[in-house]
Design a protein around this ligand. Sequence first.
Ligand SMILES: Cc1ncc(COP(=O)(O)O)c(C=O)c1O
Length: 384
Amino acid sequence: MIYLDNAATTWPKPPEVVQAMADFMINMGGNSGRGTHSASIQAANVVFDTRVELAELFGLKNPSRIAFTSNATHAINQALVGLLYPGDHVITSSLEHNAVVRPLKALERYGVSVTEVSGEPGNEFSLEHYRQSFQKNTKCVITLHASNVTGTLLPIEEIGKIAGEHGVKYIVDAAQTAGVFDIDLETLPIDILTFPGHKGLLGPQGTGGLALREGVNLKPLIYGGTGSLSESENQPDFLPDALESGTLNGVGIAGLGASVQYLRSLGLHVIRKRELELCQQLIDGLSEIPEVKIYGENNALNRAPIVSFNIGSLDSMFVADRLDQVYGIRSRAGMHCAPHAHRMFKTISQGVIRFSPSHFTQSEEIAEAIQAVRNLAKEFERTV
Ligand SMILES: Cc1ncc(COP(=O)(O)O)c(C=O)c1O
């Protein structure tokens, strides 16, 4: 089996992750922040250690400014609902995942207005368009860091500066870049970073979170027990408790702590270099097949580790199915939960096939995947 769907969720995970999760289940098992017995304190220590790892990874001095969620979508919803009130205006991009598109659509029904800065293939963003989109009531800008359809990187530093000049908050959806690129809130003008734990951070599914710059306050998305100030009917207003009601995913957070430790000891630059090589190998190999059209830039440097393509006019789902059933290659086809991006790339009916390697992928596996695409292009020569 060749796994090329790391943009959906990474696999395999480092063995340390599995070990940490088993250790939590077998030897700890208490509920973090709920009681003073040693199993609860052990769990709280694991959760705290993971917070520290993530805060150091994202350049935050105070680990309390990391709040855990169950995935990136949950974190994005928390950021938007936490910041916006009726009458507020938001600026976003035309590459966004439904994790941003749908909460914004829902918020529009509550009186929030949205401007989507449109682009076109090869010119997916224009800073000038962002500048022109600000209104008196603009409260925040939200964009992804890299498209999950083409891997295209957005100039988050420049967009963040423009947001800062207008005194509005900048939310970055780092679903495709956290754990691969250095994202340092000390140097980058990002107010809220939302991240999944289960993609580039190599942690288990069911994990994610927000990294909040000092001074950013959000109203909670959900309210409830936190193990703190239990005598009060009101939600604590301090972080992370304000945003973390209910029992945390202790076992998942244990795994996430181990994966971030693994990443930091290996070095993100090592991961990035390896994935760059694999992506360039994919782009170069697929470009040699005449029937293949690759979406996005041909230089892997300008992409997250994602390469999307089509074979002539063949349905992308059909191709992905053949890759899986005949060649044992796991890819992702269709819309990738990003209909606006597909509209821009004019692939809304065909979709695209997405290959996304991780640093665990072997270059022999990439060569096999390219050969499989070549075979399919030949097999369906007459139809494409
Ligand atoms: C750009 C982007 N944002 C958000 C998400 C949602 O992530 P999650 O499934 O962890 O909620 C994804 C998932 O693929 C994504 O690619």
